[in-house]
Ligand binder design. Structure first.
Ligand code: ADP
Ligand code: MG
Length: 393
């Protein structure tokens, strides 16, 4: 495993000898399938070549000692005293809740969780929607798996990490983030069915690159608006089940059925549901586009997704719209859209890798001219998922 050179001194400084284990777990970006995970839809994320790196030595004292280098924070906790927080209780310190939550979820599953001293650092930007939190969780889970000697496939490991985030950290999130960090495949997007949990890698055409552009706008409204959108989807299911008895989720209604019945829905509910139904269809069509190497068509679906998120689901903001519109006219662009819950955060762009420099310069200059703001831009490749490597002789 290639540890970025800048991290080696920090790892060595803390461990006198080489650590027993190093682990890497990537962040992720979602290429298509937005706001469909809680409607049992299909998503298309990719793990990216930005990751959490940790170095760990096992201890026999039942203690977990954490050195979070990026935060300059250190803490030691007893692994036999981890408890799920009561409703409304806030874990303090929040940053340690991610590794502690993973230990708790593994213990709940009856797995051995050894004491360890861990140094970790990451180049996944924190809080930008590239899932720095899932990367932390998956790296720790993989470290405990390697040191504990138990077997578990990466998808199941991801599910325990999701449980940690949902129940211990207290953040309601789907499985996509942890799944992508755990199961990423180099050069591939991951077609992930959030209902059956079946998945398979889809090769991204050679010569493409993923560019993530952070608008710098924080997702202030995201929490309440997210709940509103979920509620609208549930309402649509309740109303549509009059026409289609047994309807469980918007996944179960085809675009043709939706066209026939949607006139019965109140306007706002109809627009929210229309996004979801058509987005699920788009992901199905995207599979075909990638299978035939039709990257132009795939890019067109990304633009269509953005338009739908902007006009039907109404989760965009002017800064994200500006990034997408500027990208549309730049060299090398195939597709661009907001990624994540919306109301801030990032856009994802699929581009011709050979034009990356001109594209990034154009995007940064255009965004500054249009909004007076600086966009942080990350050139990414679809990367492999979590890995661990023993380092002791
Ligand atoms: P994101 O969209 O990046 O996942 P979250 O708010 O879900 O944003 O998670 C960010 C939190 O995850 C941080 O506040 C911190 O508690 C934890 N975290 C992420 N990266 C690191 C890191 N490098 N070191 C320590 N904790 C981290
Ligand atoms: Mg997160």
């Amino acid at each position: 495993m290639d540890i970025p050179a800048s991290l080696v001194p920090s790892f060595q400084q803390i461990f006198e000898h080489s650590p027993a284990l190093v682990a890497r777990a990537p962040g992720r970006v979602n290429l298509l399938g937005e706001h469909v995970d809680y409607n049992q839809g299909i998503v298309l994320p990719a793990a990216i070549n930005r990751a959490v790196y940790l170095a760990a030595s096992p201890t026999s004292d039942g203690l977990l000692t954490l050195h979070a280098l990026d935060l300059n924070e250190h803490i030691t906790v007893r692994l036999d005293q981890l408890e799920k927080p009561q409703p409304g209780e806030v874990r303090s310190p929040g940053w340690a809740a991610y590794p502690c939550g993973v230990a708790w979820a593994l213990q709940q599953a009856g797995l051995a969780v050894t004491g360890m001293e861990v140094v970790y650092t990451s180049d996944v930007p924190i809080g930008s929607g590239l899932s720095s939190s899932a990367a932390v969780e998956v790296a720790f889970a993989a470290a405990w798996r390697a040191l504990g000697g138990w077997q578990m496939d990466n998808l199941q490991l991801a599910r325990l990490c999701q449980k940690a985030e949902n129940q211990y950290v207290g953040v309601a999130s789907g499985l996509m983030d942890q799944f992508a960090s755990a199961c990423g495949v180099q050069g591939h997007a991951l077609l992930f069915d959030t209902r059956s949990l079946e998945w398979r890698p889809l090769e991204l055409p050679a010569g493409t690159a993923i560019v993530v552009a952070d608008s710098g706008m924080r997702r202030t409204l995201a929490g309440s608006a997210y709940n509103d959108r979920r509620a609208a989807c549930e309402k649509a299911v309740a109303l549509l089940s009059v026409y289609k008895p047994g309807l469980q989720s918007l996944r179960d209604i085809s675009a043709v059925e939706f066209a026939a019945y949607s006139v019965m829905l109140p306007d706002e509910v109809r627009r929210r549901a229309e996004h979801v139904v058509k987005e699920i269809l788009r992901v199905e069509q995207a599979e075909q586009a990638l299978a035939t190497g039709n990257i132009q068509s795939f890019g067109g679906m990304m633009f269509a997704c953005h338009k739908s998120l902007r006009d039907l689901y109404e989760v965009s903001i002017p800064e994200l719209d500006a990034l997408v519109e500027i990208a549309r006219h730049l060299p090398g662009i195939y597709g661009a859209r907001l990624t994540g819950a919306g109301f801030g955060g990032c856009t994802v762009n699929l581009i011709d890798a050979s034009q990356a420099e001109a594209f990034i310069q154009g995007l940064q200059a255009g965004y500054e001219q249009h909004t007076g703001r600086q966009a942080r831009v990350y050139l990414c490749q679809a990367s492999s998922g979590v890995e661990t490597e023993s380092r002791r002789a």
